[in-house]
Design a protein around this ligand. Structure first.
Ligand SMILES: Cc1cc2nc3c(=O)[nH]c(=O)nc-3n(C[C@H](O)[C@H](O)[C@H](O)COP(=O)(O)OP(=O)(O)OC[C@H]3O[C@@H](n4cnc5c(N)ncnc54)[C@H](O)[C@@H]3O)c2cc1C
Length: 421
């Protein structure tokens, strides 16, 4: 029976648990949300010696950070030229440069704090699902090359050698990138932050936030924290807080399904060097191997109700069409998570009020950007020096037709998965 179960939680090696907040305490900085962004920010603040408290509604990594594919990519989904055309040359180049270094920042943190998250830094493959997809990769390749990035454009045969499927027209191999077990990376960041002096509380949803004179107060059911500064890192998972205005984006669901364990000889020609992959289709598919020899296939879509049958049946067919040499492989579990797509697919740092900020809108690229923006924001909160920030602080984010866009992506993914192999 195919179970709704998160494989990352099932195979987690990092041990992290924290108590519920059941006291009234004070700090220098409150961080709401214990994903990559909140935990990276907390680590940076704690390193400076200031008192930082992270309040997490569920467990560390409950949101996108514990549900994702684990592709540690450089930059954003948008190619570099599109970033520049959306936010201008100065800010665009600054953001691209910061996020080019993001995978290395992630792998350095993993090494420094000995985070048990199976890092593999053999690059990732952006795979062309069609001839037009390959044209897109040619452009991305030339834009990254112009910036001196270590990227390689592969033809169909070279791609087949790395992935073991004939389905792709070629691929862009980014040597900066790699894969991790994302939930364990997040828990490792939380562990490192606590080791540096941060306080982390789990199972403590923040219910309200108010300002008392110069102090922000975040109130949970059993406790509260007072601090002069507050940072919200809740991205797509904005839960229960009654405070407005906060950046609300279009939400797109992305699911992953994991197979039974596949024998080593069957893996011989498949993802032989361990790259994680995703494709150029609008209804994107991702593909990677887990450390326990399972194939993890992901795609846009919500596998509940009718969507469950459509998306999961497609996943079974897709594995067969990618790898006909794996006839006995079956799906064992699936899970899904919410992606916060901002109006221009660029993450935001938003000022909500005096000494109150939020970081959101990672648009499906959050391991590197969440780490970089969280760390940078940690520095900014300690110094108020905007030079640390990869993007300028904005205000008053709004987006129209969010529900319509969410519905469009779900319907398009159902139609696509119903009709394709
Ligand atoms: C299925 C999926 C696949 C993805 N794949 C990739 C990938 O391969 N590579 C990549 O780079 N990015 C990927 N992403 C995007 C990436 O996971 C996110 O951008 C990233 O996790 C965002 O991190 P975050 O810390 O900002 O938010 P989150 O990890 O979502 O954390 C927000 C936290 O806030 C908490 N919270 C919410 N409300 C409250 C409250 N009231 N009180 C206290 N806590 C609260 C939530 O419980 C949650 O833990 C993927 C996303 C999804 C959903």
């Amino acid at each position: 029976m195919l179970e709704p179960k998160n494989h990352w939680a099932d195979t987690s090696k990092e041990v992290f648990t924290a108590h519920r907040l059941d006291d009234h305490i004070s700090a220098d900085i409150i961080i709401v949300g214990g994903g990559f962004t909140g935990c990276s920010a907390a680590l940076e603040v704690a390193k400076s010696g200031a008192k930082v408290v992270v309040i997490e509604a569920h467990g560390i990594g409950y949101g996108g950070s514990g549900r994702n594919v684990g592709l540690v990519n450089a930059g954003l989904w948008l190619p570099p030229d599109d970033i520049i055309s959306r936010i201008g040359k100065k800010d665009g180049v600054h953001l691209i440069t910061s996020l080019s270094l993001a995978p290395q920042e992630v792998f350095n943190l993993i090494k420094t704090y000995q985070i048990q998250c199976n890092p593999v830094q053999s690059g990732t493959l952006h795979c062309a699902h069609s001839t037009s997809g390959f044209k897109d990769l040619i452009q991305r390749h030339s834009q990254w090359k112009a910036l001196g990035a270590p990227v390689e454009l592969l033809g169909a045969q070279e791609t087949q050698k790395l992935i073991g499927t004939k389905l792709y027209y070629g691929a862009l191999w980014d040597h900066r990138a790699g894969t991790i077990q994302p939930l364990d990376y997040c828990k490792g960041l939380a562990r490192a932050a606590v080791a540096k002096g941060a306080e982390v509380y789990e199972n403590s949803p923040v219910l309200s936030v108010r300002k008392n004179h110069a102090l922000w107060q975040a109130v949970t059911e059993y406790g509260s924290v007072n601090a002069p500064r507050i940072l919200f890192c809740t991205n797509a998972y904005q839960d229960k807080i009654h405070q407005k205005p906060r950046g609300k984006t279009t939400i797109i669901n992305y699911f992953q399904a994991v197979t039974n364990s596949i024998s080593n000889d069957q893996w011989a020609d498949i993802l032989a060097q361990g790259q994680g992959c995703w494709d150029t289709a609008m209804i994107m598919t991702s593909l990677r191997k887990s450390v326990d020899n399972r194939l993890i296939l992901g795609a846009i879509g919500t596998p509940v109700g009718l969507g469950r049958r459509i998306h999961l049946n497609w996943a079974k067919r897709k594995i067969k069409s990618l790898f006909p040499s794996l006839p006995d492989v079956s799906l064992e579990a699936f899970w899904f998570g919410e992606i916060a797509m901002s109006n221009n697919y660029i993450p935001k740092i938003q000022r909500l009020g005096d000494q109150s900020y939020e970081i959101f809108g990672f648009s499906g690229r959050g391991i590197g950007p969440g780490t970089v923006l969280g760390t940078a924001m940690g520095k900014y909160l300690m110094t108020e020096d905007e030079d640390y920030l990869p993007i300028p602080i904005t205000q008053g984010y709004s987006e129209r037709s969010r529900a319509g866009k969410t519905l469009f992506f779900e319907m398009a993914s159902r139609a696509f998965h119903f009709a394709t192999r």
